[in-house]
Write a protein that binds this ligand. Sequence first.
Ligand code: IMP
Ligand code: MG
Length: 187
Amino acid sequence: MKETNLEPGEVVVARQDIARRLPLLAAEITASLGGNVDGLVIMPVLTGALVFAADLIRCFPQRLRIDLITARSYGAGTHSQGPKLEGGVPEGVKGRHVLIVDDILDSGRTVKFLRKSVQDSGALSVRTCVLLRKQLPEALATPCEFVGFEVPDLFVAGYGLDCDGWFRNLPDVVCLRPRGETKNLVR
Ligand code: IMP
Ligand code: MG
């Protein structure tokens, strides 16, 4: 495990704002399904959506199913093949409404790839909910029905989001900066 020289900076989305937004998001999702989420498959994308999904699912009073998936991006360099699914799409999506839950929409590649994979696996419908969407043309152009918060194009962490595996446990979404400095990390 690599050490980090980063520390939490300004709060970008506070825990109280997240707590207030989640029941509203759940209501939007429920309304899009005609008021009935019974039997919906919620598909959190690990690891980043862990905290968000854990809180969001408890805003639904009806029966749900949870199917976890793990997406990884390969090759940041010239041989990038885009995101890959570890273990494939769970069998249980066939014939069901599916809600993919992810932490953040950045380039949109993960969400685009997952929507297609889930649709190709025979889901009845596919919707996406992200906690955060960066104000980037690629992110804004990616199909996504439910967005918790629009955020600037900064590198953020906390509430499940990490930097090299660190900071997922922070209760707020924050900027990061090198220890002892005042300038935020951009990427
Ligand atoms: P994509 O570029 O939209 O495919 O984003 C894929 C993944 O990159 C997200 O699900 C996050 O795990 C990660 N990511 C993108 N931007 C950030 C960030 O600002 N902080 C932490 N993780 C990020
Ligand atoms: Mg990540």
